[in-house]
Design a protein. Structure first.
Length: 563
């Protein structure tokens, strides 16, 4: 890109920012606060009930051996801030998630040694350890560990107070979103953990932020506004943690704050269930990966321990007809779920994210994923890494998702590691159930390709029948340069008929026949990243348009060996 093109792209990116993000970034860069090393306030006695929080995967696999993002490193070799390691790995190193992982009680001695080392080797205000996001997550995990009945190691309470005071001076107003949310949550939980005027001030600072951010970030259908199933699961955990901490200190908790949290959790859990596959794990829209947030089952169990009443329904529209497929539509976020017999389709017909915060967005508008009999079949490519680089850019691009590419362009202009310039705007989504044919129909569109010469809207319709089968109809201009992409789970092998109109996808348990009308198939190779640090080889099919409209009819049947 030439200088003018880069400048225009930058303008199209920053023009959406809120003023606080701009002057907040300046303040964050120039501010040089000093750590406040005063003694810690007294710990507040429990007057309510504390329950076990959601558990995560084990990450401390030996006394000094850590596994994050599918990479193992030894603390004795790399220390706490080895710049040769990816920043996200170093962030995870300072979260202390293993304190609340599965079987954490069996590793208490390891944890005590690790906590002691961190306090001694990570001086206040220095390095990655003290950036506000890992500080916020670490504070919460330390509080959970102590509330679970573990005696603090020497200096732990003092360090926790220093971290809290530091965080009050490093709130991430320049980022907003989930970063500011977890900053505020950490202050509230510290303010409920300690007692006294200083703790009360921490708690009130956190609540002032959350009273604005909860209705901003949790949409009317229960979904988190960044529209990533993974970050939504993290938001569910955040709200459950707040509910847990408030129950443990009921005498100092405002009723309206309790309601503000508790009333949203059932809809948030229902939304999470809707964007998870039958395997219980999240779908891969925007930045999403398995193994980062607690699982759906863990979060639902946590909610039940808190005596919260979960419902299979949320504020989302749920259309049911006798004998017909089921449509669950989340109007605020734009996600839709179709279910019929053994098949589940999850599709994204919403914006890529909030205009001022699209950092976790992919150019995946009108993409979808398909599971059959509990097994994933059509999958978006996932997220294997953060940072800046060609693979990060590829995974964010439209061609890495099950949707339509026109003229080789992305539907939204993703660039850098977390930037979006011009972004696709979705049109209205229409849902209906045809009772005569027992067919569920969803139609949606976006305008992301209007910026191209001769470009127009991409219009897509999904039709799922009760008898089994799925039709996907696309219309896009200029059709001479349009193609739809179809990414398969790694176990599937693809073959094409001689006339290039029929694609056969054979998996371990069943086979799909995909007949293209108005398009012809070709097969290529790609990668599938269900977790950070994992890139599995898989096959993809591309249907090149032969006219302005293309229809792919998908039917499936059991393999002979599994029937």
């Amino acid at each position: 890109m030439n200088t003018i093109a880069k400048a225009l792209r930058l303008w199209r990116t920053v023009r959406w920012l809120k003023p606080v993000q701009i002057y907040g970034r300046v303040w964050f860069r120039v501010s040089r606060p000093k750590p406040d090393l005063r003694p810690a306030p007294s710990v507040r006695a429990l007057h309510g009930v504390w329950v076990d929080p959601a558990r995560r995967e084990q990450s401390l696999i030996a006394p000094t051996q850590m596994r994050f993002l599918n990479e193992e490193r030894d603390l004795d070799v790399h220390g706490w801030d080895d710049k040769a390691l990816a920043k996200l790995w170093r962030y995870n190193q300072h979260y202390f998630d293993d304190l609340v992982a599965f079987d954490a009680r069996k590793r208490v001695d390891w944890h005590r040694t690790l906590l002691t080392r961190w306090i001694a080797e990570c001086p206040p205000g220095k390095g990655t350890a003290w950036e506000p996001y890992p500080t916020s997550l670490r504070m919460v995990n330390w509080i959970k560990w102590i509330r679970a009945g573990n005696a603090p190691v020497p200096g732990m309470l003092e360090s926790l107070a220093v971290q809290t005071r530091w965080l009050t001076k490093r709130l991430e107003w320049h980022l907003l979103g989930n970063h500011l949310f977890v900053n505020a949550k950490a202050l509230v939980m510290a303010g409920l953990f300690f007692e006294g005027q200083e703790a009360d001030a921490w708690r009130e600072t956190g609540w002032r932020i959350l009273r604005a951010e909860i209705p901003e970030q949790i949409l009317a259908d229960g979904g988190q506004f960044e529209r990533s199933p993974m970050y939504h699961a993290l938001a569910v955990e955040d709200m459950l943690d707040l509910a847990n901490a408030m129950r443990a200190a009921p005498s100092i908790t405002r009723d309206d704050d309790v309601r503000r949290v508790i009333e949203r959790i059932p809809a948030m859990c229902a939304f999470l269930a809707s964007v998870c596959h039958p395997d219980g794990e999240v779908s891969f829209f925007n930045d999403s990966a398995q193994g980062i947030a607690p699982s759906l089952a863990e979060l639902e169990a946590y909610a039940r321990r808190l005596s919260l009443q979960l419902s299979s329904r949320s504020s989302s529209a749920r259309l049911v007809r006798d004998g017909a497929p089921l449509i669950t539509r989340h109007e605020a976020t734009g996600f839709v779920r179709l279910e019929s017999q053994d098949a589940v389709v999850i599709l994204d017909a919403g914006p890529v994210g909030p205009d001022y915060l699209p950092g976790h967005a992919h150019a995946d508008t009108l993409s979808f994923e398909l599971s059959i009999a509990g097994e994933r079949v059509l999958v978006n490519s996932g997220t294997s890494r953060y940072g800046v680089g060609p693979e990060r850019l590829r995974e964010r691009g439209t061609a890495a998702h099950n949707t339509v590419v026109v003229a080789g362009a992305d539907s939204s202009e993703v660039w850098g590691g977390f930037r979006v310039a011009r972004r696709a705007r979705p049109g209205p989504t229409h849902t209906e159930v045809d009772e005569a044919s027992r067919t569920a129909i969803v139609s949606a569109s976006h305008d992301g390709y209007r910026r191209l010469r001769g470009g127009g809207d991409h219009v897509r319709t999904w039709e799922m029948s009760a008898s089994g089968g799925l039709f996907v109809k696309d219309k896009a201009l200029p059709w001479q340069e349009a193609e739809s992409h179809w990414h398969f789970a790694p176990d599937f092998q693809l073959s094409i008929s001689p006339d290039a109109r029929t694609l056969r996808a054979t998996g371990p348990r069943f086979t799909l026949e995909m007949l293209a009308e108005g398009a012809e198939w070709r097969v290529g190779r790609s990668t599938y990243s269900p977790r950070f640090g994992v890139s599995l080889p898989n096959q993809k099919a591309v249907a090149r348009f032969l006219g302005p409209e293309s229809t792919v009819r998908i039917v499936w049947s059991p393999c002979m060996s599994s029937s």
